[in-house]
Design a protein around this ligand. Structure first.
Ligand SMILES: NC(=O)C1=CN([C@@H]2O[C@H](COP(=O)(O)OP(=O)(O)OC[C@H]3O[C@@H](n4cnc5c(N)ncnc54)[C@H](OP(=O)(O)O)[C@@H]3O)[C@@H](O)[C@H]2O)C=CC1
Ligand SMILES: O=C1O[C@H](COP(=O)(O)O)[C@@H](O)[C@H](O)[C@H]1O
Length: 516
């Protein structure tokens, strides 16, 4: 077991309550905090992890007097080289005060170089962390160590082993050691379970934060509030009223230098099995007993376990033309860059309602949304059908909004009807609010010990159970993607599938986000 003492998190389930945060239960949440970004030389670290940490620092969540940030990777660079690499990404938002805050933040960052599977580098890392803890006069053991694995999953097992052997918090005086792991967590059920067991032998579940950054998005976090704090939705949210649900992710760019990674995984593993499925859970789950992480995650697991096996005829795969021109993508690649998949939930609430998950790269727009389409009005005396159905749309990005498409009387002397909307556009309604980046919020949760917005092991298993048979059929070449033009809507067959599932497109109506 090496020098690291086995440290269990000293948190009760009450501590996990998202409304019961720092300092509950006698666990000190102040004192030295070391955040270690492993894979600090990489893409995610510079684009997301360090900028999120900087934003937390600027808002006072990371105090200079107690926090230190360490970058760790194999690349041989100096502290200053790392600072230079990330500087441009931190300056990006250009808000006032950045020029004063930036040097102070960069000064908190130290870089340690070492391999991912030998003790030498991790012993050096431990020495640096300990020196920092001592310099802050932290009693041994009361410090907090957060390891963020911004690394390919192939190195998670050796890295976790090294952390465990060399870098754990040394005693049990109320501090903690936590690890954050990125998706994709495995490639199928078997590999994911193997990875879970390997990490599970080293860390307890409360120490493991499996991040899915969609769970940190403002309107994803709003989902349970909308559903359970508003009387209107309660009686409507079921098979009696809802005809179909779409959860859509579109990007108007391709794999952008990540072709090698993407080709190994494809759009289902990259977006659908994790991000869109997590959103589906929040749309479809039953009400949790309480707003505590374990109750919420229990409810999510339950709905995942009620998903029926995917039928081949309810899947359309696509690959955009030009995808294989990327030198890191094999000429014969069968990897989908687009997929529409219908999931069916076998329970009292959702029997017969298709949940249409759609994701694609190199399409005609960038957006992510949840679109709940209601059934036609029975005994329709206004001939509303010709205008389209009621829809409740949650626009996750860009331009966060919640709007409801409904039929109203056309203003004027005539009694005619028209499709309109009730619109809650965030930029207009909350003009002074700054919507935090998903990573920012989730990293703060890891520091606070709140696992509500992280994926539990059994949830991950249930998610892979749904997609593994389909993924294996694609990997074996039994299902082929249809070519589509970059900048298009994807294969026409996907729209046909939507129609056959019952989705009725509203013609002649486009929601235009209001401008100030
Ligand atoms: N980039 C993104 O936008 C997103 C990434 N993710 C996930 O985050 C994690 C990190 O992603 P990203 O930063 O893009 O990855 P990178 O490919 O940039 O890898 C990060 C670092 O890991 C080291 N590394 C790369 N390949 C290997 C390897 N085969 N063996 C050992 N070390 C390696 C490199 O550091 P060095 O050589 O210096 O040691 C590299 O700088 C991945 O799990 C990814 O799926 C999730 C969401 C979005
Ligand atoms: O996890 C990933 O997400 C991004 C999209 O994230 P968003 O927050 O910009 O919607 C995607 O581009 C990438 O392929 C995927 O790995």
């Amino acid at each position: 077991m090496g020098s690291g003492q086995w440290l269990l998190e000293k948190r009760s389930s009450f501590r996990n309550d998202s409304f019961a945060r720092d300092g509950d239960n006698g666990v000190p949440e102040t004192g030295c905090l070391s955040i270690i970004v492993l894979g600090a030389s990489g893409d995610l670290a510079k684009k997301k992890t360090f900028p999120a940490l900087f934003n937390l620092y600027r808002q006072g969540f990371l105090q200079e007097s107690e926090v230190h940030i360490f970058g760790y990777a194999r690349t041989q660079i100096s502290d200053d080289d790392l600072r230079k690499r990330i500087r441009g990404y931190l300056e990006k938002d250009g808000s006032s005060g950045i020029s004063e805050d930036l040097p102070k933040f960069l000064n908190l960052i130290k870089y340690v170089s070492g391999s991912y599977d030998s003790e030498e580098g991790f012993q050096l890392l431990d020495k640096e962390i300990s020196e920092h803890e001592v310099s802050k006069n932290t009693a041994e053991g009361s410090s907090r160590r957060l390891f963020y694995l911004a690394l390919p999953p192939s190195v998670y097992p050796p890295v976790c082993r090294m952390i465990r052997q060399c870098c754990m918090n040394k005693s049990d005086l109320g501090g903690w050691t936590r690890i954050v792991v990125e998706k994709p967590f495995g490639k199928d059920l078997e590999s994911s379970e193997k990875l879970s067991s390997q990490i599970g032998e080293l860390f307890e579940e409360p120490q493991i934060y499996r991040i899915d950054h969609y769970l940190g998005k403002e309107l994803v976090q709003n989902m349970l509030v909308l559903r359970y704090a508003n009387r209107f939705f309660l009686p409507l949210w079921n098979r009696d009223n809802i005809d179909n649900v779409q959860i859509v992710f579109r990007e108007d760019f391709g794999t952008e230098g990540r072709g090698g990674y993407f080709d190994e995984y494809g759009i289902i593993r990259d977006i659908i099995q994790n991000h869109l499925l997590q959103v589906l859970c929040l749309v479809a789950m039953e009400k949790p007993i309480l707003l505590k992480p374990e109750h919420i995650r229990d409810a999510k697991v339950k709905v995942l376990q009620s998903v029926l096996p995917i039928k081949d005829e309810e899947v359309v795969l696509g690959q955009h033309e030009g995808y294989r021109d990327d030198p890191t993508v094999p000429d014969t690649s069968n990897t989908p860059t687009f997929a529409t998949i219908i999931l069916r939930i076998h329970n009292e609430r959702w029997e017969g309602v298709p949940f249409i998950l759609k994701a694609g790269k190199a399409l005609n727009s960038r957006k992510a949304e949840i679109r709940v389409q209601f059934k036609d009005v029975p005994g329709d005396i206004f001939k509303c059908k010709k205008h389209g159905r009621n829809e409740f749309v949650i626009r996750l990005q860009p331009s966060e909004a919640i709007y409801m498409k409904l039929t109203v009387k056309q203003p004027g002397l005539e009694m005619s009807t028209v499709q309109s909307e009730l619109d809650l556009s965030y930029r207009q309604r909350y003009q002074d609010a700054v919507i935090p980046e998903a990573y920012e919020r989730l990293i703060l949760d890891t520091i606070r010990g709140d696992q509500q917005h992280f994926v539990r092991r059994d949830e991950l298993k249930a998610a892979w159970e749904i997609f593994t048979p389909l993924l294996h059929r694609i990997d074996n070449g039994e299902m082929k993607p249809i070519p589509y033009k970059p900048g298009s809507r994807g294969p026409a067959e996907a729209d046909q599938l939507l129609e056959s599932a019952g989705y009725v497109q509203t013609h002649g109506y486009i929601w235009i986000p209001p401008t100030l």
